[in-house]
Design a protein. Structure first.
Length: 115
């Protein structure tokens, strides 16, 4: 079955950096669009960044210029490089794989930005 496993979350000070990674298995990875979402306490889950099967990317306005999404089709992974982190970036970050009407989610990884 399809599995998405995130790693790389943690506690970081404002202005710091973190790199999230998601390893996918059980699917023909290169065909799938991959994305990172996040959900802060008492807020709805929101799209952070997305990379399509052909490598096109889009970002939430709040992270443009600070976050970078990338994928490695040879390793079936997607990464999210997060720089200049702000307290408002604190959330659980979820990896997502989407192809047509199919959607799969990882279990999430906590990112906390605090001094």
């Amino acid at each position: 079955q399809v599995q998405l496993v995130e790693s790389g979350g943690g506690l970081v000070q404002p202005g710091g950096s973190l790199r999230l990674s998601c390893a996918a298995s059980g699917l023909t990875y290169s065909l799938w669009h991959m994305a990172w979402y996040r959900q802060a306490p008492s807020k709805q889950r929101e799209l952070v960044a997305r990379i399509t099967s052909d490598g096109s990317t889009n970002y939430a306005d709040s992270v443009k210029g600070r976050f970078t999404i990338s994928r490695d089709n040879a390793k079936n992974t997607v990464a999210l490089q997060m720089n200049s982190l702000e307290p408002e970036d604190t959330a659980i970050y979820y990896c997502n794989a989407q192809l047509r009407i199919l959607n799969y989610w990882g279990q999430g990884t906590q990112v906390t930005v605090s001094s």
